[in-house]
Design a protein around this ligand. Sequence first.
Ligand SMILES: [Zn+2]
Length: 275
Amino acid sequence: MMLKRLTVITCLFLAAAFTVAELTTANDASQPTPDQKPPTPQQSFSMDARDVPVLMYHHLDEHPNTSGAITPEQFEAQLQWLDQMGYRSINPDQLVDSIESGDTFSRPKVLMTFDDGYRSTLTHALPLLETYGFEATLFIYTERIQDTPGHLSADELLVMQSRGITIASHAVSHADLPALLTKEGLPAVQHELNHSREILESLMKTEVTHLAFPYGAYCPDVINAARDAGFNGLFAITRNRDCQDDTIVQRIPVLRETTLDEFRTLLSPSGKTGS
Ligand SMILES: [Zn+2]
């Protein structure tokens, strides 16, 4: 059902091809099953670091015209529910460290991410995140930083960082990296990875060690190039069937069509309650 809707959206909104392509690919892995129940914040709660839900957003808009945009009201309802259920946010460093250490959490955790550097993350998402006490991470493709209407400027990224938001890489040009590898070879992929990291680190004056693959697309050579470029947190959207790799963190897309009930269900596989 969701895939059918997304197909229609793809036809209607070709102009938003980047986002829609990501989201269409994304949905395969995160179909809920009907009997999943949201976790409850009880004392015996235990969440494996590997099971922490990682949410993927793009853009907040009063009148969303793409599947990747949701209204501020939708977003606030989701934050409210997360808050009521006892969820607290973690950042990518905490997630990657916890996965490596095999940690479990005694209360529900969530990692919230926003792709592509839309300005609405500052104007709409950040005030709501602050109201409910959640952190978030922005995956930025560096070509978009300067003077692109509707997108965050360098100064605005610094404001976001100063208010607790993690800035991470989404490559330079939002290229499909496996496709780029085939077409132009490894040096072009290495440029996308290394240059984006250099630009962000020089701008943010901090280490940038997390990367979201544009379109969630990756393959073994791209993973190796990303690790060689210094990224230790690698984020995608759905499992690439040609390239199973359990070290890639899979994210749950939150779409305009995602109702609050669906949102609750999407989050539910993460929690395990003991007795
Ligand atoms: Zn993107």
